[in-house]
Write a protein that binds this ligand. Structure first.
Ligand code: NAD
Length: 495
């Protein structure tokens, strides 16, 4: 059986005794095993990143961005390979996997502009014959810890900027989808990146804890569920690191009575069932305002029943869930929703999926008459389960969103500009869509939620990403001339 190992200092490293199976979720078959790092493997990865840092930091911006451009060209030419890897380990349909790679590529393209992004400023004669300038410098080795649901895009939210800014990286991908990270590591090598600048540490909690506590790791970018994000934030900050830890979500979509209900129904399907609901920006709660719910639910149900669920390589609309345990968890939520009195309009538990073998499928599932005390509303299900809540007013809908502990993404569907303006101003959520169901910001804006959806101060990519992976320095300069003022113990004042 193929063993997926660690990529350290430009080649595959030894694999220790601990491994875990890797599964194709569409067939249920074990396709490989992945190494689970021990502490010594983690230390080796950090040591490689530390050793590579001084030379990489001092490599000219011109040379660094040439390598970024080369990586972009290779990725663009070969992204089909990466998409196929994602589909085989995650299960999302091939088009969706390609879309994920393209969104990651946009961050690589943004990072190609690093010479402009790290430009400092210069002030002549700030005081008499004294000049001041600012620079932004790399931090050192940084750790990136990513979730299963975006094996390529989420790491690419971070590593292009980290590397372009002069840092070195240890990426710890999800053990459920380990191959994409190694594929990208090999691509970096082909693009000319020096050994040790980009390393991949495969593993589980042991690998994560090694990175969070290692004295040579200067910063941690984490994406995953809220409890682990909170743990990562608390542990790594306690060890003196800069941390951005993006957590889970419960994203709401409001549909006002004046909205185009066909547009809203299409959007609910796309955002509720795309990637089988395994997106942190998936819509899982739809707030139908006023008397539109019967008509809207009927439109969504018709569309949901028409979706084809099956193997992502067979041109289906929706693929499987990532593991059998996750499939059982999602089905358990559907059981709980029924028991709590919600109306099950479309039941995905008994789906005839277009696939060979024993894949982990749950079909599109739609609940109506959901209330905020039900577990299907309160918990992040992370599956193809859309809940419709009926509310009486815009104010009630807005208050529901703002009372929710998560604040990742949200969307409003309306033709009323005044309502839209109030919504974007008052909603306590980090990423807002107006008639856009999955408002993932472009690479030159920053991605991140509020409240329990993000721990730390900076969001991913955009200017906040550049700030995260660099630290500022202000340099005050005086070249001594005959007019220097002699001894003065007072606090420096400008004149
Ligand atoms: P997860 O929290 O289980 O795992 C994320 C990472 O943490 C993985 O690399 C995993 O190996 C590691 N990990 C797991 N348990 C750990 C532990 N006890 N100690 C230390 N490390 C541990 O998340 P997942 O199931 O892989 O991904 C789905 C979650 O990620 C969902 O909650 C989703 O909303 C969230 N997510 C959020 C965003 C965002 O931008 N906010 C984006 C994608 C996914």
């Amino acid at each position: 059986m193929n063993t997926i190992g660690h990529w350290i200092n430009g080649s595959y490293a030894r694999v220790g005794p601990r491994t875990a199976p890797v599964t194709n979720p569409a067939t249920g078959k074990v396709t490989a095993e992945v190494a689970l790092a021990g502490v010594e493997d983690g230390n080796a990865a950090v040591a490689a990143a530390k050793a590579a840092f001084p030379a990489w930091r001092d490599t000219s911006l011109t040379r660094r961005t040439q390598i970024l451009f080369a990586f972009r060209e290779l990725l663009n030419a070969r992204k089909g390979e990466l998409a196929a890897i994602i589909t085989s380990e995650h299960g999302k349909v091939l088009d969706d996997a390609l879309g994920e790679v393209s969104r990651g590529q946009e961050v690589v393209e943004f990072a190609c502009g690093m010479p402009h992004l790290v430009k400092g400023s210069y002030t002549e004669n700030a005081s008499t014959k004294v000049d001041i300038h600012s620079v932004r410098q790399a931090l050192g080795p940084v750790a990136i810890i990513s979730p299963f649901n975006f094996p390529a895009m989420v790491p690419m939210w971070f590593f292009p900027l980290a590397i372009a800014a002069g840092n070195t990286v240890v990426l710890k991908p999800s053990e459920k989808v380990p191959t994409a990270a190694n594929w990208m590591a090999e691509l970096w090598k082909e693009a000319g990146l020096p050994d040790g600048v980009f390393n991949v540490l495969q593993g589980d909690k042991v690998a994560v804890d090694t990175l969070l506590t290692h004295p040579d790791v200067k910063a941690v970018s984490f994406v995953g569920s809220t409890p682990i994000a909170k743990y990562v934030y608390e542990t790594a900050t306690a060890h003196g690191k800069r941390v951005q830890a993006l957590g889970g979500a419960k994203n709401h979509m409001i549909v006002l009575p004046d909205a185009d209900l066909d547009l809203a129904a299409d959007a609910a399907i796309n955002a509720g069932f795309g990637s089988a609901g395994e997106r942190c920006m998936a819509i899982s709660a739809l707030l139908a305002v006023g008397g539109i719910a019967d008509e809207l639910v009927a439109k969504i149900a018709d569309r949901a029943r028409a979706l084809r669920t099956g193997d992502g390589l067979r041109g289906c609309d929706m693929g499987p869930l990532v593991t059998s345990a996750h499939r059982d968890k999602v089905a358990g939520f559907v059981d709980a929703g029924e028991e709590s009195g919600a109306t099950l309009v479309v039941d995905g538990r008994t789906i005839d999926a277009d696939a060979e073998g024993e894949g982990f499928f749950v079909g599109p599932t739609l609940f109506d008459h959901v209330t905020t005390n039900m577990s299907i509303y309160q918990e992040e299900i992370f599956g193809p389960v859309l809940s419709v809540l009926r509310v009486n007013s815009f104010d009630e809908a807005l208050a529901t969103i703002n009372a929710n502990p998560y604040g990742n993404g949200t969307a409003l569907f309306t033709n009323d500009g005044g309502a839209a303006r109030r919504f974007q101003n008052e909603v306590e959520v980090g990423m807002v869509g107006i008639n856009v169901p999955v408002p993932v910001p472009m690479a030159y804006y920053s991605f991140g939620g509020w409240k329990n959806s993000l721990f730390g101060d900076t969001h991913a990519h955009g200017s906040e990403g550049v700030a995260f992976f660099t630290r500022g320095k202000a340099v005050t300069t005086r070249w001594v001339d005959p007019s220097h003022g002699g001894i003065n113990l007072g606090f420096p004042q400008n004149a």
